[in-house]
Design a protein around this ligand. Sequence first.
Ligand SMILES: Cc1cc2nc3c(=O)[nH]c(=O)nc-3n(C[C@H](O)[C@H](O)[C@H](O)COP(=O)(O)OP(=O)(O)OC[C@H]3O[C@@H](n4cnc5c(N)ncnc54)[C@H](O)[C@@H]3O)c2cc1C
Length: 412
Amino acid sequence: MNQLENQNSYDVIIVGGGMVGASLAHALSGHGLSIAVIESYSLNTTSQPSYDDRAIALSYGSKRILDALGLWSKLASSAEAIDKIHVSEQGQFGFARLDHHEEGVEALGYVVTARDLGSVLLPTLTEVDDVSLLCPATLEDFSLQDNKVTANVLIAGKPSTLQAKLLVAADGGQSSVREQLGIKVSESDYGQSAIVSNVSSQQPHNNIAYERFTTTGPVALLPMTENRSALVYTVKNEDQQAVMALSDDEFLQQLQHRFGYRLGKFTRMGKRFVYELKLKQVDEHIRHRVALIGNAAHTVHPVAGQGFNLGIRDVAALAEVIVEADQRQADIGQLSVLSEYENWRKKDHRNVMTATDSMVKLFEHPLAVVKMARNAGILAVDMLPGTRHLISRFAMGLTGKQPKLSRGITLD
Ligand SMILES: Cc1cc2nc3c(=O)[nH]c(=O)nc-3n(C[C@H](O)[C@H](O)[C@H](O)COP(=O)(O)OP(=O)(O)OC[C@H]3O[C@@H](n4cnc5c(N)ncnc54)[C@H](O)[C@@H]3O)c2cc1C
C-alpha cells in the first residue's frame, strides 16, 4: 500500500475503492495528478462486498475503456464473450436475437465476476506512485472551502485530515458524501430481489446471453467460463425467503419451469446470494469541489446488466474533463469544469434508467392486451435490422457522445 507519510494534500480524493472508484484512480493515474483513494475495506478482495461473486456483464464499450486503461489484458483470461443475446417471454412464442456479427464486433460484451475485476483493479493501484491507496480508511466528514475540500478520515482507526481540489464520491448506493451534501435521491422500490448463482446445464451456452421475462420478474443467464452460466433470478420480495430455502434440486426445477429447455436440463448450481433491487437517481451530480459517480449517482435494476457499465462511462467522461482542465491549468474542482461532466453524463443516465425501469414495468403488466403488444414488439425487434442495430448499440454502451477512453484513445 502507498501510505501517506507527511503528505496530506492531493489533487483528487476518491471516496470508495469499489469497481467504479478504483477504475477512476486508474484513469487519472499517469497524468501529473496526485490521487488518494479512501476505502473502508482492506485490500483483501475476499472480504470486500463490492468484489463478490456476482457476474458482471461488461458491455463492448466498457471492455474498450478497460483496454485503453491497460487492464483488459489482465482480465481477458477470466472473461467469457457474449456473442449473441436472446430475449424472450415465458408463455409467448416470440423472441428477439442480437448478434455480434451484425455489429461487426468480436463480441457484444463479456462476462467476468466482480471478484475478478477486483483482483485486477486493486493490486495494480499499489504499483503506481501517484495513487495513495488508503485502506482500511473511512471518510468521516468533509467541509468545502472556496479553494479546497478538507476531509476527515479514519485511517486504520486513526484520525487524519486530508485536503484536495476535488472530492469524488464513488461510495456506492448508500453514499455518505451525497447524504452530507443533502443531495436529493429519488428512490423507487421494485419489490423484487435478485438471487444470483452459477448454474451448469446439459447443453453448452454457445456464448449466448439469455434474458427471459416472466410474470414474477426477469431471469438472465449469462455465459461464463467452463461452460457455466451466471444466473440472475428475480423474485418478488415476499417470495424471496421461500425460494432461498429451496434445496438446489427444487430451485433448479423452478428455474427450469421459468426458463424452459433452451440449455437442456440444469444439472448443478453454486451458492445463492440475494440483493434487494431499487432504482435510485439524483438530480445533482456535482457541487463546488464534489462530483458523484457510479452507484452514488445512480442505482439501476440489473435486468440489462447496465449499472457498472454506466459507472465506468462516468469514469471515462470525468477523467477526460479533469485531465483536460488540469492541462489548461484550470481549477479541477470549479463548478464550471465539473458542469462539463454533469452535462455530458445526464442524458446517458436518464436513457439507461428509463430503459431498464420501463422494461421491468412493461413485462410485469398482467393485462392480456399489453402481453400481446410486447410479444409483437419482441417479434418486431427480431425482424427489423434497424431496430436491432439501435438496441445492440445501446447494449454495447456505444450510444451518445463517447469519451476518448470508450473510443480506445488514451488521455495524453
Ligand atoms: C445482482 C446484481 C447484478 C449486477 N449485474 C451487473 C452487470 O451484469 N453489469 C453491470 O454493469 N452492472 C451490474 N450490476 C451493478 C454493479 O454491481 C454496480 O453498478 C457496481 O458494483 C457499482 O460500483 P460502485 O463502485 O459505484 O459502488 P460499490 O461497489 O458499492 O462501491 C462503493 C465502495 O465505497 C466504499 N465506501 C462507502 N462509504 C465509504 C466511506 N465513507 N469511506 C470509505 N469508503 C467507503 C465501500 O466500502 C465500497 O467499496 C449488478 C448489480 C447487482 C446487485
